[in-house]
Design a protein around this ligand. Sequence first.
Ligand code: KIV
Length: 264
Amino acid sequence: MAITIPQLRELKSSGKKFTCLTAYDATFSHVISQAGVEVILVGDSLGMVLQGHDSTLPVTMEDMIYHVSAVCKGNQGALIMADMPFMSYATPEQAMYNASRLMQAGAHMVKLEGGAWLAETIEKLSERGIPVCAHLGLTPQSVNKLGGYKVQGRNEHQAEKMLEDAVALEAAGADIVLLECVPNQLAERITRAIDAPVIGIGAGNQTDAQVLVIYDLLGITPGRRPKFVKNFMAGAESIDTAISHYVAAVKDGSFPGEEHSFAH
Ligand code: KIV
């Protein structure tokens, strides 16, 4: 039996942190889940790190189903979260159809990017037994609207809106909230305001969990390395050791450090 959402909630309520990493294939899924990572994200970041696109927008449902099914084959007990690709959840009906395809491919939950406008969709998915992670902050599928991959929630108005979105989406049924590239003080406020576990990336170390793209953790980030990334291969003799160091550092709160986080 894979890790369950009630188990993740239990970790939050007992103040214990958990870990998440991306995987796109059976081998990495095996190694990551064997290392004790609780959640594997089959991210649409695969459009950039596997397919070489400059954004996640070209990723299709067929791509996601292919990679979810490969990841499931290697999984040793992690909860598998699958990204719903760009425009696959533009209406609640599309979301229900496409989420059901990812669940049938083996995912245990789906992740959608967006704020309170997603409440109706999340309510419908949740009512039909599909767990949802709501992705807030820097939402890469909206890169063209945001004008780049930039920290979100820096001014008071944006910060209040993100907090309200998180509360509204939890009320609609979101089981997890993921915050990407937000100031650590805001991430902490949101984490305290909701009962659903909060996973952070570039969101400081006060969230309930952390996620990284596996290639970033292994130090193979082409081009400029984002501030929130740490190369866990440095000083590790194997990939297994690097992943174990990441798990230990998240659980003891030493990763991310201030140097990986954004202040206001
Ligand atoms: O697609 C992805 O890998 C993600 C993470 C960066 C959070 O959404």
